[in-house]
Design a protein around this ligand. Structure first.
Ligand code: SF4
Ligand code: SF4
Length: 460
């Protein structure tokens, strides 16, 4: 069957009837294609190892949603700290927008998990089992033979196993690696909901990486759809130098541009587009076409870079322009989010303590004394259990009764400790404050908390 020629008025992955046009990208090597597997390996190593690395006795990243607590690199957060997520997401979001404004879809081509696992794992296995693109395409279109059956079966079996492993690694971020291993040992019957999540994730990952593939980038991913808004003519993208390449034609013909119309750049494209038609939404910035074209140019003894990283303005012969007002705006917003979230993260306290008036009457008169009933609200935000000690630091003649001056608390455990403050009625005056010092044994830090006393003719 003849391969359909891409046109500019529809998605290249669809044929005339709107059916999926399956793409078999050819193999390519070159400086970018050789560097990408190393980047992918590094990112996969980070993804795989994070739930297994422990910091302060807990996984480096553990999002314990069921208990509403989140362990991040030795710090523990609870639902009250969710405002931190807003600043983290704002910082990351605007950093990605800045990256897109500067370098187009460099994230998509080099660091997006979809690309990392598709190109770094699944496509490599496919090439290893089914051979190069031409062989894969011929096999897919040919009749079922024993060889085809065996190769396809082996590929799908390995895909399913890897999808299963990836799904469980993903689950480890939410149930912790130790718990996950225990659950696997105890069997699905004892952990049916986690098992069901594992199955659903396995099926989704398997289906995505064996069939859906580039459609995720083109149809579902919002970052890909927003590229045209974030980029401008000065954004560095992967582009074809039309001035140098056109008119295209055979290498031996005189008076033509450098493009010899070999279509190698199209053959290697994982989304099946022809970059010579200009910047297109389907381009994920993988740089395969740069390496493919450079290979041809080297063979012909011509300069590399007919397809290259450059701005649209420069590709059209204009002056490169790096600084643009919008970059400063993205940079400022990205830095704001990252700075605030980093500051909050670094200054995150090991425990929370608040001194409040107890519910009910704000004070009682007991003979010659004015009494205030208060409560100390404590939350242990250490990743481990701790002992919190409460000490009176109030000035005489204020007398305090603290029935529980020393409290053991589990990580993220909380408690309300009653405190009774008494002062002779004659000594009471507005502005007097109860002052306490709370010391945390785990972090070896202390904090002072205080509250105003209330009494006759004076309410808080
Ligand atoms: S690989 Fe280079 S020379 Fe070949 S068609 Fe593409 S742009 Fe032209
Ligand atoms: S056009 Fe080039 S950079 Fe874009 S997806 Fe295709 S091969 Fe990758």
């Amino acid at each position: 069957m003849k391969r359909q020629e891409p046109t500019l008025d529809k998605l290249h992955m669809l044929d005339e009837r709107g059916s999926r046009h399956y793409i078999y990208p050819a193999e390519v090597s070159g400086r970018y294609s050789n560097l990408r597997p190393w980047v992918f390996a590094l990112l996969i190593a980070v993804y795989v190892s994070l739930p297994w690395i422990t910091v302060g006795g807990h996984p480096a990243v553990f999002l314990d949603i069921s208990a509403r607590r989140f362990f991040l690199f030795g710090r523990v957060f609870n639902a009250q700290d969710l405002y931190l997520a807003f600043f983290i997401l704002t910082g990351i979001g605007f950093s990605l927008i800045l990256l897109a404004a500067l370098f187009g879809r460099v994230w998509c081509g080099w660091a997006c998990p979809q690309t990392v696992f598709l190109e770094g794992v699944f496509r490599r296995i496919e090439r290893w089992i089914e051979g190069p693109a031409s062989k894969r395409e011929a096999m897919a279109r040919g009749p079922m033979t024993m060889e085809k059956f065996l190769r396809k079966s082996a590929k799908h079996l390995i895909y399913a196993i890897i999808a299963y492993v990836l799904a469980h690694l993903f689950l480890a971020y939410f149930v912790s690696a130790d718990q996950l291993l225990r659950m696997i040992k105890e069997g699905p019957a004892n952990h049916s909901s986690t098992f069901l999540w594992g199955v659903v994730m396995t099926v989704i990952l398997y289906w995505n990486f064996f069939w859906f593939r580039e459609q995720l980038c083109l149809i579902i991913c919002p970052y890909g759809r927003l590229q045209s808004v974030m980029q401008d003519p000065d954004t560095v993208v992967i582009g074809y130098d039309r001035k140098r390449g056109e008119p295209r034609g055979k290498a031996h013909q005189q008076g033509l541009g450098d493009c010899v119309d070999c279509r190698r750049c199209v053959a290697v494209c994982p989304t099946g587009i022809d970059i010579r038609n200009g910047l297109q939404m389907e381009c994920i910035g993988c740089a395969g076409c740069i390496d493919a074209c450079d290979e041809i140019m080297v063979k012909l003894g011509r300069n590399k870079g007919l397809i290259r990283y450059d701005s649209e303005r420069a590709l059209q012969g204009g002056q490169k322009r790096f600084r643009r007002p919008r970059l400063y705006l993205y940079l400022a917003l990205g830095l704001l989010g990252l700075t605030v979230s980093t500051t909050l993260f670094v200054r995150h306290t090991a425990f929370e303590s608040n001194l409040l008036h107890a519910r009910g009457a704000s004070y009682v008169i007991d003979g010659d004394l004015v009494r205030n009933q208060l409560v100390v609200h404590l939350i242990n935000k250490n990743p481990s259990a701790t002992v919190l000690t409460i000490k009176n630091q109030s000035a005489a003649p204020l007398d305090l009764i603290i029935p529980q001056p020393s409290i053991s608390l589990e990580s993220l455990g909380s408690i309300e400790v009653p405190v009774i403050a008494s002062i002779p009625r004659a000594a009471f005056k507005p502005g007097l404050r109860v002052s306490l010092e709370v010391t945390d044994s785990a972090s070896k830090t202390s904090r002072r908390i205080d509250a105003a006393l209330t009494g006759p003719n004076h309410s808080p």
